[in-house]
Design a protein around this ligand. Structure first.
Ligand code: 6PG
Length: 248
C-alpha cells in the first residue's frame, strides 16, 4: 500500500489553495519533462473551489494551458448542459475563464448510451496515450473525491465497476441515485503518477475514520483501494473532515 500523505487544511479555502499550488507545480514539472500535463478531473462539489481558483487571475497565467490535457475521472450519464453534469461544472468554474485549445478538453459523453460512451472514452485514452494492448494510461495527476459511503470517482461499494481490471472505463448503475455513471477504473487510477483526494466537510468524518482505520475491513471502501503502484497518494483534507483522528 502506497503511503498516504495526509495534509490537513484549516478550511475549504486553504484546501483549494493547496490543491491549486500542487496543480501548478505538477503542471510545470510534467511540461518540462514531457511537453504536456495530463489530468483527470474529479466531479462532485468539493473540487469546484479549486477549478474557480485555477481560472482566476492569481493562477491562470501560471499554467501553460496549451500543454494541459483535461480528462474526467467520472461523469454522470446526462447531457453536458445538465445541472448534474461534471463537465458543465468544470466548464462554468474553469474552462469558460481560461484559454485552452478545445482539442485539449477530453470530456466523457454523458449524453450517450453508457456502454457506447465508455467504449468511446476508452478508445480516446488508448489513442491519446498511444497504448499497446493491455497497457494502462499514466496520468500525471488524478483528482478524486470521497463519498460518505466510501465511493470515489464512480466506483461504489459493491459495484461491478470496482472489480473491473480489463477495461479502462466502466459503466456503473447507482441504485440509490437511480442513475448511470461512467468512471475510470481502479487500474487506471492506481497507474497515476499522483492521486490527490480533496475531502472537506464534517459529513465526511465518519467515512474518513473508517478508511484511516486501515485494517482489512476498510478495503471494502473503494477510496481505500486507491494506492498508486508507482506514484504519490495525497489526501488534502479539511480539519472538520479529519476530526481528532491521529495521522498514521
Ligand atoms: C461525482 C464524483 C464523486 C464525488 C464524491 C464526493 O461525480 O459525484 O466524482 O466521486 O467526488 O461523491 O462528492 P462531494 O465533493 O460533492 O462531497
Amino acid at each position: 500500500m502506497t503511503k498516504r500523505d495526509i495534509i490537513i487544511c484549516h478550511d475549504a479555502d486553504e484546501l483549494a489553495r493547496k490543491a491549486a499550488e500542487q496543480f501548478v507545480a505538477l503542471a510545470g514539472a510534467a511540461i518540462a519533462r514531457s511537453g504536456r500535463f495530463t489530468v483527470a478531473l474529479s466531479g462532485g462539489s468539493t473540487p469546484r473551489a479549486l477549478y474557480l481558483l485555477l481560472g482566476s487571475v492569481d493562477y491562470r497565467e501560471r499554467i501553460d494551458w496549451r500543454r494541459v490535457h483535461l480528462f474526467w475521472g467520472d461523469e454522470r450519464c446526462v447531457p453536458p448542459d445538465h445541472a448534474e453534469s461534471n463537465y458543465r461544472m468544470v466548464q462554468e468554474a474553469l474552462l469558460s475563464r481560461i484559454s485552452i485549445p478545445p482539442e485539449n478538453i477530453h470530456r466523457m459523453a454523458g449524453e450517450k448510451e453508457p456502454r457506447v460512451a465508455a467504449n468511446e472514452y476508452e478508445e480516446e485514452l488508448r489513442r491519446f496515450f498511444a497504448l499497446a494492448p493491455g497497457q494502462v494510461p499514466r496520468f500525471d495527476l488524478i483528482l478524486l473525491g470521497l463519498g460518505e459511503d466510501g465511493h470515489t470517482a464512480s466506483l461504489f461499494p459493491g459495484g461491478e465497476a470496482l472489480n473491473e481490471n480489463e477495461r479502462l472505463v466502466a459503466t456503473a448503475y447507482v441504485e440509490r441515485l437511480r442513475a448511470h455513471r461512467l468512471t475510470l477504473t481502479l487500474p487506471v487510477i492506481n497507474a497515476a503518477a499522483q492521486a490527490t483526494f480533496l475531502i472537506a466537510g464534517q459529513n465526511k468524518r465518519s467515512i474518513v475514520n473508517e478508511i484511516l482505520r486501515s485494517d482489512a475491513d476498510s478495503f471494502k471502501y473503494p477510496a481505500a483501494r486507491v494506492s498508486p503502484s508507482d506514484g504519490q497518494l495525497t489526501w488534502l483534507i479539511t480539519a472538520d473532515a479529519m476530526g481528532n483522528l491521529p495521522i498514521r
